[in-house]
Design a protein around this ligand. Structure first.
Ligand code: 5AD
Length: 434
């Protein structure tokens, strides 16, 4: 531990920190001027730690990962330290621990969900999304209830026992239509779960879908920071309402999924820490995380894509935070890298969601550019995925793959002492490219 530094090394480090601070000062002024000072304070702390003690970095990382695995939680500063300092060694160790935890809870099983993309009409105008209302170039479509049932029939024969009805917020799909669709799928396939992912609705609507037989609901919170949320959405869409929806869904009794993008424009590492802390607080049953990918017909078309490595890190941290969480290895991961979905599984994800939509519409549900769509029919797609999972040592059961509560060993609220002294507030900018 006792190291002496040459005057040159100290002068060099100070200079480096000066430039880092200068960089963050500029970056931060753009984001949230009122907290500039605090951000710099944090940067000095963490960067001195990692720069002055490079030989101790692996030690700090490993200790933090062990603490996370043991207590299912970390302090905010510790999470930031992980995100700022991960490297190949740290990630490998984290992924291995996350895989072990996934194996303890799910064995060698990867759950399957059949994604049916109902409609790409959307009344929302999320700045990142390719099917946003303002995108006049999007070729719009909606499936009929009969087409949806056909998808389920094909899926059920292939061993799917969860159908995910996902779509833009399409006014055409009234509550009555959704209720009747849920009822007919449920009566045709009573052994299957229905997941809805249809955006923000009133509590009454959510209740009606639930009464009709819907089991689960996916609604990503996108970012847990209201200021960041406001930069990604028009004024009419607020984080407050998003959160209200999530809490409504939970109180009704749904298995609830939330999630966020990694590397969305203006995102900071502190935002990602807020996402993790929100998830720990909310305790959802499922969390979807994928890299942000630009769509050329959106205002964010020129922004850099998110980082696959950071996305994998988030998956692994989430696995350790909530061991029995259902975590899909997302399409966006599969899009950013040809083995992205496999890497997601190896970082602790345990769900895959192949597309069951008719091949004719798949190319139209374009949330971002180059979304993977092999053009394979559902059957070929599933065989392909089964093989890919088998190669990794996993298998896909014919099962609904429900969330299963676990008896919490140890009190997750009972935190062991932090490795670092508390810092009031801190922020750092996300490296948003791979
Ligand atoms: N890049 C990555 N993910 C996106 N989503 C929407 N647009 C993009 C994009 N450009 C995600 C959002 C949404 C989910 C259905 O897809 O997180 O909740």
């Amino acid at each position: 531990m006792n190291r002496t530094f040459s005057p040159f090394a100290i002068a060099f480090t100070e200079r480096l920190c000066y430039y880092i601070n200068k960089y963050y000062r500029t970056e931060f002024a753009r984001v949230r001027p009122e907290q500039e000072g605090e951000r710099i304070e944090h940067c000095i702390f963490v960067y001195y730690l990692s720069i002055l003690m490079p030989s101790h970095k692996d030690f700090f990382m490993k200790r933090l990962i062990d603490k996370l695995a043991a207590t299912q939680t970390l302090e905010k500063e510790e999470l930031l330290y992980l995100l700022l300092n991960y490297d190949d060694n740290g990630s490998e160790y984290l992924f291995a621990r996350a895989r072990d935890v996934a194996k303890q809870h799910f064995g060698d099983q990867i759950y399957l969900r059949g994604l049916i993309e109902l409609s790409n009409y959307c009344k929302c105008d999320c700045l990142y999304c390719g099917i946003r209302r303002s995108n006049k170039n999007a070729e719009r479509y909606r499936l009929t209830p009969e087409e949806v049932l056909d998808c389920c029939e094909i899926g059920h024969k292939l061993g799917f026992r969860t159908f995910v009805l996902q779509g833009g917020e399409d006014r055409h799909f009234s509550d009555d239509i959704i209720v009747s669709m849920v009822e007919s799928i449920k009566s045709a396939y009573p052994d299957s779960a229905i997941t809805l992912s249809l955006g923000e609705k009133s509590k009454d609507s959510y209740q009606r879908y639930f009464n009709a037989g819907a089991d689960r609901y996916l609604l990503r919170h996108e970012t847990a920071d209201p200021i960041h949320y406001a930069r990604l959405h028009p004024k009419s869409q607020t984080l407050q309402n998003r959160m209200k929806c999530l809490y409504d869904l939970k109180s009704i009794g749904y298995q609830v999924g939330t999630g966020f993008m990694v590397g969305s424009p203006y995102q900071t590492l502190e935002n990602l820490v807020s996402d993790l802390l929100f998830i720990r607080e909310f305790q959802p049953h499922m969390v979807g995380v994928g890299p942000f990918l630009p769509h050329h017909d959106t205002p964010f078309g020129h922004h850099a894509k998110g980082s696959m490595e950071l996305t994998l890190l988030m998956i692994a941290i989430l696995r350790l935070m909530i061991p029995n969480l259902l975590i899909p290895s997302t399409t966006a991961l599969g899009t950013i890298h040809c083995t992205g979905r496999e890497q997601g599984i190896l970082a602790g994800a345990n769900v895959i969601m192949p597309n069951l939509s008719p091949t004719t519409v798949r190319k139209k549900y374009l949330l971002y550019d180059n979304k993977i769509s092999t053009g394979q029919e559902a059957a070929e797609g599933v065989i392909d995925l089964r093989n890919r999972m088998q190669t990794l040592g996993y298998r896909i059961p014919v099962s609904r793959g429900d969330y299963r509560p676990v008896h919490q060993h140890g009190n997750t609220r009972h935190l062991s002492p932090s490795l670092y002294p508390p810092i009031e507030r801190s922020t750092s900018h996300v490296q948003s490219s791979i």
